[in-house]
Design a binder for this molecule. Structure first.
Ligand SMILES: [Zn+2]
Length: 920
């Protein structure tokens, strides 16, 4: 049929259309009634028939199972209607109660106590026997216990599981609405396509992947943006999505730090789905992920071609239906593996996503597409990867968005249902490839030696790998390789295991191609460097023969008090163990001193920054408290019986504030998460508190988190445009999900010059201001730090061979001043995570304030990519500048980046606990 015929057909009455669409099933269709009212409304809310497809232009009726409209009172995709999470789940529960094709599984809590779910849809017999099907995919996940012949038998009975996660990003909420209609349609429709999906697949659907943010956003929509119909007038959503992280909830797949990520990973490991499909909304009209490359080379080649197969199928199917603007390829790279659904790509499944076109709510508006460029690519140009481009201007509704998502999902499910054995086999085959590669090509393993400078972080790394399903062994006896030997008890991560890709991705050094151009996200993440843990790549196959035992459970870091009850001091050597922070806030009322130089007690050398806790007259009580602290936090504490002759200072407990702006809460969220993880007490403050002044009365240290990108000091200081104000973010009767994390009567306007002067006064009176990453542009641009300024060389956009280009890499840092408490616990050279940032310009006579610099070498990159090293090598990384009685400590990188950079955390922690003894 040609396109014109197809569109004409859309105008015909629904039953006739369906009959034409598939002659062979007329009888079946005729039997199933159509929900006339929902069908009428779906068509009404779609702004043009080309944004509708025969798959979703009607809704089947069911006597037993209520449609979303019957439960909610409106059809999915009704203009100006968003559904709160409670109601979405109420609908899903009703559906599962009434339909034998649907079952609901809770998979974990959110930070604010909501429950995450997977809605499973398949034919009733399959739903009755899900445990059996889970066992089948689990068997396919491990080819060592399921050789090929066995796998073929299992594949014949198994059904591919296709997991769709919706609305991870709170402003991208069309998919949460869509999920209800899709679930209903999949459960009740008797159309052959849907029956085939039910029969051959197990559809897993998470209606909302970040429910806390969903409700906050829904409140925001009703409070502020519902009435906005001009796309130029649109403004960003609420200041917070999840409790801690905003958009970065899709950048937690490597750290697995957030509750929702943990729940998803656990569910993934329990079900072993073959596809994980995450729904996003940003660009027009439907982008299907493949990416431009470079793909991360460790991913199995099969998955790289599966991405193509699936996406080209969707492009073709929707194009065939006359739906414009469906494309792939020219957006996104496919290198960074930390996106949520990319957990599938590191575990032999397929991780993919859509970007459909959302309005950030349910208001219909005219959207201009022609100038919506990403890089050099227009959304309306015909290209090989976009065969049917959309018009320059569209009137766009949430219903259109839902039609695209739902149609495309039904198409891809159709493909998976019809090729079920292929997808199951590929899943098994990728596991087998992993094992075979691990046996036949280097690296054969990584060894993590037992004796580490950072034993607690070593345990964290081992536990993280295990959480990812990676098997970790311990050497039964010493393993020798050339000159080196690894003692019994050292950890071995063998590469001949099913999740080799996952293990290798964490452990290896990344080499982002220098000619690849911009990347979509970080390009280097080698875990040994980031966390200060020694890992050794073993290219010698004999490691696989070494006697070793599989670890069966989570490890615990163990600590102890060596030497029993002390007569004079208890000493904790400072080697940069982050858990010392937790200890510091648990120790009061005990006094703690930091030594300012190295000292020796018996055989042991204690480096600068080590702690001395005077033994008190209560003896046993103090010892037992220290024993608990040592055990719980994995610290080793030494009893010292003689006086120690060494310069030292008392470490006073700081009163800490974390500042956040209302325009960028992403990195302040990670700072809060980091502080909470180590139980560091702080007060969260915003512009209102800065403007009030008198800061030194309440705080000793103010942490000013990175504001993203290169920073724009003026924008950071002046904040959200006051013309939009006043804009309360408060909890009210009508908006009960606002006013949490922080609240204000008016989000607009920043700290202003008034707040900035108060910050300056705070420092002059003896306070310490810590500015991280781009937040450092504020003191630099407003002249709070003498003649230290911003170098133009570090700015982005510079072209040519020599231009600095570091798209999120691990580079060599170096301690300049070992007298500064900021570098306590660090060795001379250590890794720093650096991503596109400004560079300091430090006049010669101010160079004495540089505490940390980048190594003065062209060979600066440890992992990722550094281009134009000349611009950054030998330059300042941390500057500790005296202002009046206080200090401003500026970082030009973000040492608290996404809870990934544990090796850099202590640079900040040291400032907190030595705040009134900085300088050197
Ligand atoms: Zn998104």
């Amino acid at each position: 049929m040609n396109l014109r015929d197809f569109k004409l057909r859309l105008r015909l009455p629904i039953l006739i259309i369906l009959a034409i669409a598939s002659i062979s099933s007329v009888a079946v269709y005729a039997q199933q009634a159509i929900d006339e009212e929902s069908t009428r409304l779906i068509r009404e809310y779609t702004t043009s028939e080309k944004f509708l497809s025969p798959l979703v232009d009607h809704l089947p009726d069911s006597d037993e199972v209520p449609s979303p409209r019957e439960v909610l009172g409106y059809v999915v995709g009704t203009p100006e209607k968003l559904t709160y999470y409670e109601d979405i789940i109420r609908y899903m529960k009703t559906l599962s109660d009434k339909s034998s094709a649907v079952e609901l599984f809770p998979i974990g809590p959110t930070d604010e106590g909501r429950t995450l779910y997977i809605v499973v849809i398949s034919d009733p017999q399959t739903i009755n026997d899900l445990e059996h099907y889970k066992n089948l995919t689990a068997a396919l996940a491990d080819p060592r216990r399921t050789p090929e012949a066995e796998a073929q038998k299992i594949i014949a009975q198994a059904k591919p599981m296709y997991w769709i996660t919706c609305n991870l990003h709170s402003s991208e909420n069309g998919s949460a609405e869509m999920s209800m209609e899709l679930a209903y349609r999949l459960a009740v429709s008797e159309e052959p396509l849907i029956k085939a999906i039910r029969q051959n697949c197990i559809v897993m659907l998470t209606p909302c992947a970040e429910p806390d943010g969903h409700d906050r956003y829904t409140d925001w929509y009703y409070r502020y943006t519902k009435g906005i119909t001009d796309e130029e007038e649109r403004f960003p959503g609420p200041p917070y999505w999840g409790k801690y992280v905003y958009h970065d909830n899709n950048r937690d797949g490597l750290q697995v730090s957030q509750l929702i990520t943990r729940a998803f990973l656990q569910a993934f490991m329990e079900w072993h789905p073959q596809v994980w499909h995450d729904l996003h909304e940003s660009i027009a009209l439907l982008y299907v992920s493949t990416g431009t490359g470079p793909y991360y080379p460790t991913f199995d080649p099969i998955v790289m071609s599966e991405w193509q197969l699936l996406s080209h199928w969707e492009v073709e199917e929707l194009t065939k239906m006359g739906m414009p603007g469906v494309w792939t390829h020219a957006f996104f790279t496919g290198w960074y593996p930390g996106y949520l659904s990319f957990l599938a790509n590191t575990h032999n499944a397929i991780g993919r996503f859509y970007e459909t076109f959302g309005n950030g709510g349910a208001t219909t508006m005219e959207r201009k597409l022609a100038d919506r460029e990403r890089g050099r690519l227009g959304a309306t140009k015909q290209e090989w990867y976009r065969p049917l481009p959309p018009d320059d201007k569209v009137t766009w509704s949430i219903r259109n968005n839902i039609n695209y998502q739902q149609t495309a999902l039904l198409c891809v499910l159709k493909l998976v249902a019809s090729q079920k054995d292929t997808f199951l086999y590929n899943f098994w085959k990728k596991g087998e490839n992993a094992i075979e590669k691990g046996k036949s090509e280097p690296p054969y393993a990584w060894v993590i030696p037992a004796d580490q400078r950072h034993p607690v972080e070593t345990v964290n790394v081992i536990n993280l790998l295990q959480k990812q399903g990676v098997e970790v062994h311990r050497l039964d006896k010493e393993f020798k390789l050339e000159e080196k030997s690894y003692p019994a008890g050292s950890f071995v991560i063998r590469m001949d295991q099913p999740y080799r890709v996952c293990a290798k991705t964490y452990l290896e050094v990344q080499k982002y191609p220098a000619d690849a151009g911009r990347s979509y996200d970080d390009v280097g993440w080698t875990i040994g460097y980031l966390r200060g843990v020694e890992t050794v790549r073993i290219d010698e196959p004999s490691i696989l023969e070494a006697p070793m035992t599989l670890l069966k459970e989570e490890l615990r870091a163990t600590g102890t008090v060596v030497g029993g009850k002390a007569r004079r001091y208890y000493a904790i050597p400072h080697q940069g163990t982050n858990n010392m922070m937790t200890a510091r806030f648990l120790l009061p009322p005990l006094q703690v001193f930091a030594v300012e130089e190295e000292f020796q007690a018996g055989e042991r050398v204690f480096p600068p920054g080590s702690w001395l806790i005077p033994a008190d007259d209560k003896g046993e009580e103090q010892l037992s408290k220290l024993r608990i602290i040592a055990r719980e936090l994995g610290l080793t504490i030494y009893a010292i019986n003689e006086e120690v002759e060494v310069n030292k200072h008392a470490m006073d407990l700081p009163r800490i504030a974390v500042y956040h702006t209302w325009s960028n809460t992403q990195d302040s969220g990670w700072v809060r998460y980091t502080f909470d993880a180590y139980k560091i007490p702080y007060t969260l403050i915003s512009k209102d508190r800065l403007r009030l002044g008198g800061l030194k009365g309440d705080f000793d240290v103010i942490v000013f988190p990175s504001q993203g990108g290169y920073g724009d000091a003026r924008r950071v200081v002046h904040g959200v445009d006051p013309e939009k104000g006043p804009m309360p973010y408060t909890r009210t009767e009508g908006f009960k999900f606002h006013g949490v994390i922080d609240s204000t009567e008016d989000m607009t306007g920043g700290m202003g010059l008034e707040g900035l002067l108060n910050l300056q006064r705070f420092v002059q009176e003896g306070g310490v201001l810590i500015t991280l990453g781009s937040a450092s542009t504020v003191p630099l641009s407003f002249g709070l730090v003498g003649n230290i300024g911003i170098s133009r060389e570090g700015r982005g956009g510079a072209q040519g061979e020599e231009a600095l280009f570091v798209p999120g890499s691990i580079i060599k840092g170096e301690v300049v001043s070992d007298k500064s408490p900021i570098t306590y616990g660090y060795q001379k050279g250590f890794p720093i995570f650096y991503r596109h940032s400004f560079l300091f310009s430090v006049p010669k006579k101010e160079e004495r304030f540089i505490v940390v610099k980048y190594a003065d070498t062209d060979d600066l990159c440890l992992s990722g990519l550094v281009k134009g090293a000349k611009a950054i090598k030998g330059k300042a990384a941390v500057v500790d500048y005296p202002v009046g009685n206080g200090r401003i400590v500026m970082f030009n990188f973000n040492p608290l980046h996404r809870f990934m950079t544990q090796g850099d955390f202590m640079l900040v922690f040291n400032i907190l606990i030595n705040y009134n003894h900085l300088g050197s």
